[in-house]
Design a protein around this ligand. Sequence first.
Ligand code: 6PG
Length: 246
Amino acid sequence: MSRSGREVRVCGDAGALATAAREEWLGQARAAIGERGRFIVALSGGSTPHALYASLEPRDLPWDRVEVFFGDERCVPPDHEDSNYRMVREALLSRVPIPHASIHRICGEMEDPEDAAAEYEADLRRSFGLGEGDWPHFDLALLGLGADGHTASLFPGSRALRERVRLVAATDDAKSGLRRITLTPPVFESARCAMFLVSGEGKAEALRAALEGPRDPERVPAQIIEPRGGRLLWLVDAAAARRLSP
Ligand code: 6PG
């Protein structure tokens, strides 16, 4: 189903969702490498994308052409159980021959999250060769959806939702009290493709609000992700799509 440049694809279950996500990921990676010589991706954390990351194999891609960034990170050390980097390292990065220099970690362990945000922004600017006022164009930005409608670490009512100048912001997850670092909305809007992966009945109301509810990004932050000229793809399973209109 495609509405206003947005594509929503409903997969039967979590396994089919992971398969569809793998096909999309690899299709976009091979196209980007063919056209521009590299594939630059911003990975999401949480549990939903784990099956996608675990499905990727050394033989799938020329991994020396892949640059990995993170859409957000929790303010914890890289070996902490809550670390998105740790989850991605264990599920994917430790198994494929991607050069260490091509893995751009957010340093969540830094004392001051503002310093970590500034350092990550400098890394982004350096890697993409950005001048003042430029935005990075990720080939693919992976995103999840929280039951409260958040995405990346853009939480309801967060000041980061209104950030239109910086690429990276320090923010808070009120629910867990954990401080977080997140890419800001204009970065996601500048991606060639923003792809949400949403699975499970627990996300059904948030998905309905995001796709069919009144536009209110302060209350449903996932609504703020609207790539300018890029693709917006929602890959969801039937359980998550349960409350969507036919
Ligand atoms: C994070 C993610 C976050 C996640 C959603 C969904 O750091 O946790 O960036 O936005 O994608 O909370 O998480 P699940 O996939 O675990 O449901």
